[in-house]
Design a protein around this ligand. Structure first.
Ligand code: SF4
Length: 431
């Protein structure tokens, strides 16, 4: 749950990185870091707007950046990481998790490596250093070929910027033309929003090298694409586009298919904002039940899934019911997922306290039954309500009148393809 960005050969790259990371803020709200050419660096806990202020301005035409939500290692550590390897100095920013990081770190340490952080990201720097080549690009390829998953990364070297994805393509990454140079970001919508053109996906198993001689692409591994279905369900911006098309359209279809599968009825549909909105639109269109703003979202608190502390307090302040809309109604609420169940329980309670006659819950994804080893914080197994309880037990736990989830087949149909990771939804983990 991180966002990464890069800029190559664009004047005032600090400003461009600011705009790119601001557009990726939903992917991580704990900390922000940027490294510009000559390895000038700013890293701090907080939001992009707080950290990358005008007073911190750094001069440079190229750089990389990161917004972090910690899924591995200490949350006090901030990316990008900088390391001096036997192939030169590099800064690296990483989105994803290396599932077997602990054993890789232990084995490197046993052989004499010294780690300066608890981040799995540091493994890349060690492998680059240990690669049996003098050429930095061959060394980077060697490092990636030895780590199957899960990563999208940007790496800044002395005279090159590199963007790469693992062979499964779990996490997204795009680049585009911008002024005289190039820009890179986790989601294409962010590149469009700053006015980039010719936007292209960095393909799974591919390294894209930006240098003064232009762009070079290298395929370093055979691919077996398993794009994270949760990027479609919850995590990414609705205006982003991945291998099967637009995120909003996919969520809309999830809502439509949820209605087809559940035939759930009511007086009004209420979306849980923001990520339940597109699904609720689809559900409302398919069911012909009018959509209403029954719960208003306080925009200045962020998304509760992203914030690890004071969870219950945040939910109460974040979602505000509108009694005039809810009173005496049979309400169908649509959300993207239920993880721990605490948010949904509180929402149902709030709606009933504000006069709803019945509260029915529609979830436009299948139950989350397993954790994610590839970089999304879906919680530990024993914290996942669908891992611990049956659907009937969840219904009674959240005290709703009906509960329906989308099926796995319905989800695949809604997204429009099969090359997806569904590990946390069906326990069939690709790696
Ligand atoms: Fe995405 Fe779930 Fe797979 Fe993790 S396990 S990559 S959250 S689909």
């Amino acid at each position: 749950m991180c966002g990464i960005a890069g800029v190559w050969n664009v004047e005032k790259s600090y400003n461009v990185l600011h705009d790119l990371l601001l557009g990726l803020q939903h992917r991580g709200q704990e900390s922000v870091g940027i490294v510009l050419e000559d390895f000038k660096m700013i890293k701090s806990k907080g939001l992009v707007s707080q950290i990358l202020s005008e007073s911190n301005f750094l001069i440079g035409n190229s750089g990389i950046g990161h917004v972090r939500y910690s899924t591995y290692g200490s949350n006090t550590e901030i990316q990008p990481l900088i390391g001096i390897t036997s192939k030169g100095k590099f800064a690296i920013a990483h989105n994803g998790n290396i599932p077997d990081a602990e054993s890789r770190i232990n084995s490197l340490v046993e052989k004499g490596s010294v780690f300066s952080s608890t981040l799995d990201t540091e493994i890349f720097l060690h492998y680059i250093s240990l690669a049996p080549y003098s050429d930095p690009i061959l060394s980077i390829q060697w490092a990636f070929s030895r780590i199957p998953s899960a990563y999208s990364v940007v790496i800044l070297g002395k005279d090159k910027l590199i963007a790469a994805r693992d062979r499964f393509g779990f996490r997204p990454l795009f680049y585009g033309k911008y002024k005289n140079g190039y820009v890179i970001a986790s989601e294409d919508s962010v590149l469009y929003s700053i006015g980039a053109s010719k936007i292209v996906e960095v393909l799974p198993g591919e390294i894209v090298i930006f240098s003064d001689s232009g762009i070079e692409k290298v395929k370093y591994a055979n691919t077996n694409v398993k794009f994270c279905s949760f990027e479609y369900i919850y995590f990414s911006r609705p205006d982003s586009n991945f291998l099967y098309g637009n995120v909003h359209r996919a969520r809309y279809r999830m809502g439509e298919i949820l209605f087809e599968e559940s035939n759930m009825r009511g007086d009004i549909v209420i979306p849980i904002l923001d990520s339940g909105f597109s699904g609720a639109l689809g559900f409302s269109a398919a069911s012909k039940i009018p959509i209403e703003l029954g719960l208003m979202r306080n925009r200045y608190l962020g998304r509760s899934f992203i914030m690890p502390e004071n969870r219950e307090e945040i939910i109460k302040r974040k979602l505000v019911p509108i009694p005039e809309v809810i009173k005496d109604k049979e309400v169908v609420i649509i959300d993207d997922s239920i993880v721990r169940g605490t948010t949904m329980k509180q929402i149902v309670k709030m709606l009933k306290e504000n006069g709803a006659r019945k509260v029915k819950v529609g979830i436009h994804s299948p139950p989350v039954v397993g954790p994610c080893p590839y970089g999304i914080d879906t919680s530990r197994k024993n914290e996942l309500i669908a891992n611990q309880k049956s659907i009937d037990e969840i219904l009674s736990e959240i005290n709703a009148d009906e509960l329906h989830y989308l099926s796995v087949e319905g989800l695949k149909k809604a997204i429009g393809g099969d090359n997806l990771c569904l590990g946390c939804l069906n326990l069939n983990y690709p790696v």
